[in-house]
Design a protein around this ligand. Structure first.
Ligand SMILES: C[S@@+](CC[C@H](N)C(=O)[O-])C[C@H]1O[C@@H](n2cnc3c(N)ncnc32)[C@H](O)[C@@H]1O
Length: 266
């Protein structure tokens, strides 16, 4: 899968106007608004930047999305490169950012001893677990850092929410078995899940608008309306299942969202 075009991420970016493709760190009293989501996403990015160790100069932004973090890091004086397998992201990066871009998955990425730090902001979940550590160890300089911020699946997770993300216990085992030391680790699940409440809220508003907008047609043509509903039953059921992915209580029961900073052992 060397070239991808992630439509879900394009919807966030092109339809919702979100420049960032991660959850964000919310404040407890934040209302559910696009403005607050944007602030939460910026706060999350600041958090990642604050946690970059002092001796880091060169960084690879792995799964760089729209390249907004890459740009920020360049502005702060870091020597940064971006990587993504996505063709839209590649075109956007090349057009807007004056830095090296690698059009590849990290799984297939191969350079030796080049970076002081790799940042995987919500991209580790897409990379095969073995390859995260194998290719990070190869591409990092001596004593280099691997920063991962992402969600993981908890033991005993069930249902749709257990389907995406790496298994957390397996991830922690991989750290132990792969020559990395944990420098920092933080569970930020509570701070990120308002993004799901925001998404659910928006979808419910869209459903309501469709219901109101089709009311007259349903009254005028009840039989045809029932037939259409029957024809689209599978699609509607699929949408309902996907809405379960936006259940923040379910997320907290089945997943954990972690910040982890690792260092390659000499
Ligand atoms: C949820 S987005 C996160 C984007 C960005 N890092 C951010 O925090 O906004 C996931 C990113 O990982 C990229 N990606 C998907 N599969 C990948 C892989 N196997 N190797 C590296 N990046 C991958 C996607 O194209 C996208 O850029």
């Amino acid at each position: 899968m060397s070239k991808q075009n992630d439509r879900a991420l394009r919807i966030y970016n092109e339809v919702l106007g979100l420049e960032r493709l991660h959850y964000g760190i919310w404040l407890p009293d934040d209302e559910l608004s696009t403005e607050k989501l944007k602030e939460a996403q910026e706060r999350y990015e600041d958090y990642l930047v604050e946690n970059i160790p002092d001796n880091v100069a060169s960084i690879l932004d792995v799964g760089c999305g729209t390249g907004i973090l890459t740009k920020k890091l360049i502005g702060l004086g870091y020597d940064v490169e971006g990587l993504s397998p996505d063709i839209t992201q590649k075109n956007n990066f090349i057009e807007n950012i004056n830095a090296t871009f690698h059009h590849s998955t990290f799984d297939d990425f191969s350079v030796a001893d080049r970076y002081d730090c790799l940042i995987m902001s919500e991209s580790a979940q897409y990379i095969q677990m073995d390859k995260i550590f194998e290719n990070a160890a190869k591409s990092l300089k001596k004593d280099g850092y691997l920063m991962i911020c992402d969600y993981f699946v908890l033991p005993n997770a069930t249902g749709v929410l257990s389907k995406s993300g790496h298994d957390f216990e397996d991830f922690m085992d991989h750290i132990k078995n792969n020559n990395f030391t944990v420098i920092a680790e933080n569970d930020i699940t509570e701070q990120v899940t308002k993004t799901l409440d925001f998404g659910k809220n928006m979808i419910e508003k869209v459903y309501k608008a469709i219901e109101i907008g089709t009311e007259k047609i349903r009254e005028k043509y009840p039989r045809i309306s029932k037939l259409v509903l029957r024809l689209f039953k599978n699609k509607i059921d699929k949408l309902k299942r996907q809405t379960q992915l936006l259940d923040s209580d379910g997320f907290k029961l089945n997943k954990t969202y972690r910040f982890v900073l690792l260092q390659l052992k000499s």
